[in-house]
Design a protein around this ligand. Sequence first.
Ligand code: NDP
Ligand code: HSE
Length: 436
Amino acid sequence: MKAIKVGLLGIGTVGSGTFQVLRRNQEEIRGRAGRGIEIAMVADLDLARAKSIAGDACEVVDDARKVIANPEIDIVVELIGGYGVAKTLVLEAIAAGKHVVTANKALLAVHGTEIFAAAHAKGVIVAFEAAVAGGIPIIKALREGLTANRIEWIAGIINGTTNFILSEMRSKGLDFGVVLKEAQRLGYAEADPTFDIEGVDAAHKATIMSAIAFGIPVQFDKAHVEGITKLQAADIKYAEQLGYRIKLLGIARRREAGIELRVHPTLIPAQRLIANVEGAMNAVLVQADAVGTTLYYGKGAGSEPTASAVVADLVDITRLHTADPEHRVPHLAFRPDAMSDTPILPMAQVATSFYLRLVVADQAGVLSRITTILAEHDISIDAVLQRESGEGEKQTDLIILTHETLEGRMDKALTQMQALETVLAPIVRIRKEELA
Ligand code: NDP
Ligand code: HSE
């Protein structure tokens, strides 16, 4: 049977990895897919660099629309990134009846509803395994492997750049800026690295997973997004003393009233496997009713790990593209007519426990005033740690771990505590998850 023809839009970090993996493993891939998969055309703005990667094996152009317009091309792989031209090209490829593979989580988290509807109407597949956790087949696991289950929650380290930064800062005492540059050099970071460090990239991925896990539309605009730029070394140290590690977690949790969708630095007990995921590695923990807890671990970024997921999607489409569209696995796991309108909860209704660090005057009665405020808001304390103050020092750090409470209650308690004269600096609040 003749090879399926692929057109690649963008041959940067992931595009070049895709090219190499397909070329190196072509025989095995043919054996699995039932026919060859051949990159027949590449479009990239940098023609010279694209040609140096693709060689003479395929046609290289600088206009992506030439790839879409080519009737020989069966699958368009979008590896440009961003919400701009990538969105236009993906919609044009769908309109032209091409199947699409993309690693672009930003695009799907924000415009997924429109893109999946267009694909459904046209009877083509939009595959996106590489968009979440790079090389880890988490989309396949959530959509197919766990299909028997009611998923209760997902918590993941789903941004390699920030995990790399946190790990290097903690283990080597390196400076934030230095480690970020290294992450950029290694090809982990987004074109705009603020997407990584401010939690936006992780929120894109959490949004996509929430849709697949709970059968809701992608709703990035309702996600709570907090990055790692405000984290202080003191809190990483205190967390360790209390037996916790701080990780940037993406969390999607089903509650009675709705879905929690949030990304923020989180204290996790140091003995949990996920707390020990270091460097650019990703890990996703899924709690589901039948199977219990499962953990997916691997490289979440980089050229060939991400290409591994792109090529897996190419093989899937090659196997499935002749199947009746009604009998394919739905894009977001649930059939469009079975999607739910369960709301995403506002942060005030999110239930979590907290780490608080207060810089307080070192005098009698301070702790009791603070614990009284917490009690008035029905917030129960799990542990308290007070730094021993040095000779002549008039202030100290007070660390409080709470049990689970509603974020809205904590907001009110924090406002009252912050107003105390004996609280001398803005209170640090980091959420804590036991992930038991
Ligand atoms: P790169 O920036 O390395 O590659 C993008 C390529 O697209 C560049 O070569 C760029 O050319 C080219 N390009 C830009 N505009 C156009 C256009 N209009 N037509 C054709 N080519 C164009 O990005 P990555 O490979 O890192 O990322 C690609 C996608 O994969 C993104 O959506 C990203 O979020 C996602 N992703 C990346 C991962 C990673 O580890 N890097 C992991 C998982 C997902 P030029 O450089 O000349 O602008
Ligand atoms: N910038 C992303 C990360 C790439 O660091 O995880 C993988 O999606």
